[in-house]
Design a protein around this ligand. Structure first.
Ligand SMILES: [Zn+2]
Length: 408
């Protein structure tokens, strides 16, 4: 459940102060899954008018104006969130959600793949995303499953969705509304893949427990990551014909691995072909900026997005908006930061990562593989400077809050 949903419910509460908890539950059964009610709406909160008023946070307005199809050229959304309507309107809205069937997925970008679904601009679409290992790794798997991965079917993307009226040169606005995980995910060091591939030749695997309700990912004894889900791969078909590898991203999106594409974010993609042919895959339960070992906490999820055509601007490559407060929310705790310094950005990045692996070994007692994987799922890379020639500075940020109290 997303903050947009939360805001929507907040508006209903504000408009109908007489609504009691049972009536509320009856009206919004869909909110029971995903744990939103438990996180945001205790019975006490719903019962106390003063608390309700305080809860209706102006920062949690649904759908900031810039994320909806407001351009005169953009078609009006066919399914609008039912603000000011009764809860029944909201349920009808959910029932009108368009769904891509679970078996519609592909291992390449190819604009000849027939659409799995055709929708009007402004429609909400639900897709069932398989994990990046395409179920080759299970909850009980060991490192040998990583060593024997069949790379001809990894990173499946669900779709494609044909958006009517989308033409090459338009922008497809993808509002990320909701991500619903299962209860586990995996992180692997895959031989030959990752920033420090030559230094980590052996396969390694970690299964994490994912708790979407509590918004926690248990990565290791004493190490708990915030559950911050997003799709690693999200994009539209390229104009060039034929199959294109799913691994590298392009100007049309794809395997972007941008952890900020969380619920509440709007991604703007350049449209390459008629109908855009949108697909999404590779959902992650947690990841640091950089994804240095090559994998995040890889987890299958259901995702809901709203797809709208925009013609009031164009983008040369993906752009996105992050809602107010979202960065601060996940960056509030203390950090330990390592740096790499040198004339090559990739080498400086490796330097910062090696230093963090050393730090995690010395201070936290992690072995090298676990430390490398933790850098990938929890630590954020940042470019500090690219002007003081000939040396550039890259930092790697370790959030201290991921360690249980005893370990800090
Ligand atoms: Zn992934």
């Amino acid at each position: 459940m997303t903050e947009a949903w939360a805001a929507l419910v907040g508006h209903h509460l504000a408009e109908e102060p007489e609504l009691d908890f049972d009536a509320f539950l009856e009206r919004f059964p869909a909110l029971m899954d995903g744990g939103l009610l438990r996180r945001h709406f205790s019975p006490e909160l719903l019962a106390a008018p003063a608390a309700r008023a305080a809860w209706v946070d102006p920062d949690l307005r649904p759908l900031p104006a810039h994320t909806s199809a407001t351009s005169p050229n953009a078609p009006r959304p066919t399914c609008r969130l039912g603000l000011g309507h009764s809860g029944r309107g909201l349920l009808m809205h959910r029932h009108s959600l368009h769904e891509v069937r679970a078996e519609a997925f592909n291992y390449v970008w190819d604009n000849a793949i027939p659409p799995a679904l055709e929708v009007e601009s402004g429609t909400e679409v639900e897709l069932h995303v398989r994990d990046a290992g395409d179920e080759q790794i299970g909850r009980d798997s060991g490192a040998e499953a990583v060593g024997s991965l069949d790379f001809s079917h990894v990173n499946p993307v669900s779709g494609p969705v044909f958006v009517k009226d989308a033409k090459a040169g338009d922008v497809l606005a993808v509002e990320i509304l909701e991500l619903r995980p299962g209860d586990w995910g995996w992180t692997a060091i895959i031989p030959g893949f990752g920033l420090l591939a030559e230094e980590f030749p052996e396969p390694w695997l970690r299964i994490s427990d994912v708790d979407g309700d509590a918004r926690r990912v248990r990565f290791a004894e004493g190490v708990t990551l915030p559950f911050e889900p997003f799709p690693g791969t999200i994009g539209v078909a390229k104009p060039e014909p034929g199959p294109h590898s799913i691994v590298p991203p392009s100007a049309f999106g794809g395997n972007l691995d941008i952890k900020h594409l969380r619920a509440g974010t709007t991604l703007f993609l350049p449209v390459g072909v008629e109908g855009a042919l949108f697909s999404v895959g590779d959902t992650h339960a947690a990841m640091g900026d950089g994804e240095v070992c090559g994998t995040a906490v890889e987890a299958a999820m259901d995702i809901v997005v709203r797809l709208s055509v925009r013609r009031d601007f164009s983008v040369p490559a993906p752009q996105y908006t992050v809602a107010a407060g979202e960065l601060a929310r996940t960056e509030a705790g203390p950090y330990h930061v390592t740096t790499g310094v040198g004339p090559d950005l990739m080498e400086a990045t490796r330097g910062a990562t090696r230093a963090m692996i050393e730090h995690l070994g010395h201070i936290r007692g992690l072995d090298r593989q676990e430390a490398y994987a933790l850098c990938s799922v929890a630590c954020d890379l940042r470019i500090h400077e690219v002007v003081d020639a000939p040396n550039w500075v890259v930092g790697m940020f370790l959030p201290q809050a991921i360690f249980d109290e005893e370990g800090r």
